[in-house]
Design a protein around this ligand. Structure first.
Ligand code: CS2
Length: 491
């Protein structure tokens, strides 16, 4: 079977949308760090829409900071890939051409730095996940003890972290008296632009205070709210699409039809005309970020832990259970809903219903295990900030505590059948040890885990309502099982 490539485009089935612009004329103006499925289904999709509908020449150089797998998927197929939108209404296929090349950081870090340092690159965007910021999630400060940061401070010529790559390239521009670029965070963190700016400046300060001052004055770090559900691509997906295309596409990505991007309009050196294709360019993204992180991602994480422990592999299966729908609906109305205010003209009730419909999309195989990853990095902004606000006003915390209890039950590393859970989290060992030291003692487990300041800060351990309610849930989970506890409480 032929691999998808530019010469095959004219032979693809007629219902597959193709790039309508001349790819040869693209000039890379964006380097993206972390070219995973999400970037390919989201930012690249919007840049592609601008190219298709309005022209211009903004191309994207993708890069991976870990493995070579995406490069090996894309480069042999001229960096073309299929974006597959799936829902109950069917499937829509589009070939994306905006990515012009893909580099692998670890193979040749200096080459990636040099690429970013070229003045033709105007934007460096990032999807490196929460842990990629090498910060302390509870304070937002650069984690100077992080092995990648220790490495990069000593070897700026060959960085490994996104922060190292950004500062190394900015330093080259500073040394040559060239323009700075926009660093555009596209990860699910509140004030993601500020988070990035803070760690970049703290890192640069250690290299040279003059460099840090120059970055502060010249580079920009817009915040963004990004939204699209993009499950990891499976072998079955690749087989299906091979049959549809009549060509093998190793780089394809599956996503839902919905997508949203809200971007703070603060660019150092221009940007594609994203506003023409539905991107909301605003002064302040915080209100959008807060709504999305608390309603969507907070519900996602809660469903991921409870759903996984109840034996459900996919989010849509969780949403087939009336008790879980009740749980999610109550959480959105109460715990999360009460702490967010919608901007003028934003129908928040319709948004909540749309979220439940999106979660119920059976055409997407979105694994609970995938969302359960990296909980220590996700919980602070998804559940714990909301919890703090609710505690302050003596408000509803029940489902937030349920979520935290389910996470603790999950990171204990053993499921209800006594099988090992593959916990993927930078703090997995520490979390497991806190649970193991308190086996058979849910109250002890909650206290030990809630004492981990990198996740819970210093305050939550001293909140008796939080500790008690979380302990009650965890006791119930151990005595009755997660599914039965939820069915009993959410009828
Ligand atoms: C999910 C997100 O994996 C996760 O943690 O909650 O990736 C979610 O699908 C996206 O934020 C949706 O925009």
């Amino acid at each position: 079977m032929n691999r998808l490539n530019k010469n095959l485009l004219s032979q693809l089935p007629k219902d597959v949308a193709l790039p309508t612009y001349e790819r040869e004329k693209l000039v890379a103006g964006i380097v993206h760090l972390g070219i995973g499925a999400f970037h390919r289904a989201h930012q690249a999709f919007y840049t592609e829409a601008v190219l298709n509908q309005f022209g211009g020449d903004w191309g994207i150089i993708g890069s991976s900071l870990r493995s070579a797998s995406v490069r090996d998927q894309l480069v042999p197929q001229d960096c073309l890939y299929t974006l597959v939108e799936r829902s109950g209404e069917g499937e829509k296929l589009q070939i994306i051409g905006a990515v012009t090349d893909t580099l692998v950081g670890p193979e040749n870090p200096a080459a990636l730095v040099a690429t970013i340092a070229q003045p033709t690159i105007k934007i460096v965007s990032l999807t490196v996940t929460e842990k990629g910021y090498c910060h302390d999630p509870a304070t937002g400060n650069l984690n100077e003890a992080h092995p990648d940061i220790i490495h990069d401070l000593q070897h700026l010529e060959a960085p490994v972290s996104a922060i190292g790559f950004i500062v190394a390239a900015l330093k080259q521009r500073f040394d040559k008296n060239q323009k700075a670029f926009t660093a555009l965070s596209c990860d699910n963190l509140p004030n993601n632009g500020e988070v990035l700016e803070k760690v970049v400046l703290q890192f640069a300060q250690k290299i040279s205070p003059a460099l840090a001052d120059w970055i502060k004055a010249n580079a920009t770090f817009p915040s963004t709210m990004i939204d699209r559900i993009v499950p990891a691509t499976t072998d079955d997906d690749r087989r299906d699409i091979e049959n549809r295309l009549g060509a093998r596409d190793e780089g394809m990505v599956v996503c839902e039809p919905f997508s949203q991007w809200v971007v703070e309009d603060k660019f150092a050196d221009g940007r594609p005309e994203w506003e023409k294709v539905g991107v909301l360019l605003v002064k302040d993204v915080r209100v959008f970020e807060k709504i999305k992180l608390r309603l969507l991602n907070g519900a996602h994480s809660t469903m991921a832990y409870t759903g996984y422990l109840s034996g459900f592999q996919y989010i849509s299966e969780v949403m087939e259970q009336p008790a879980f729908v009740k749980l999610v609906t109550t959480y959105m109305a109460r715990e999360a809903g009460e702490t967010v205010a919608a901007p003028a003209g934003f129908d928040i009730e319709a948004y909540k219903q749309q979220l439940r419909d999106r979660f119920s999309n059976k055409a997407l195989k979105h694994r609970t295990w995938q969302i359960a990853m990296d909980g220590s990095q996700k919980l602070p902004q998804r559940l714990l900030e909301t919890l703090r606000e609710q505690l302050k006003g003596n408000g509803n915390i029940d489902i937030l505590c349920l979520g935290v209890a389910a996470w603790i039950r999950y990171v204990s590393g053993v499921d209800e059948q006594g099988q090992a859970i593959e916990v993927s989290d930078p703090l997995a060992k520490e979390l497991r040890a806190a649970c193991d030291a308190n086996q058979g003692n849910p109250a002890g487990m909650v206290k030990a885990v809630a004492s981990i300041q990198k996740v819970f800060g210093t305050d939550l351990i001293d909140e008796p309502r939080f500790i008690q309610t979380t302990t009650q849930w965890l006791e119930r989970f151990y005595s009755k099982g997660v599914l039965a506890s939820i069915q009993e409480s959410f009828q």
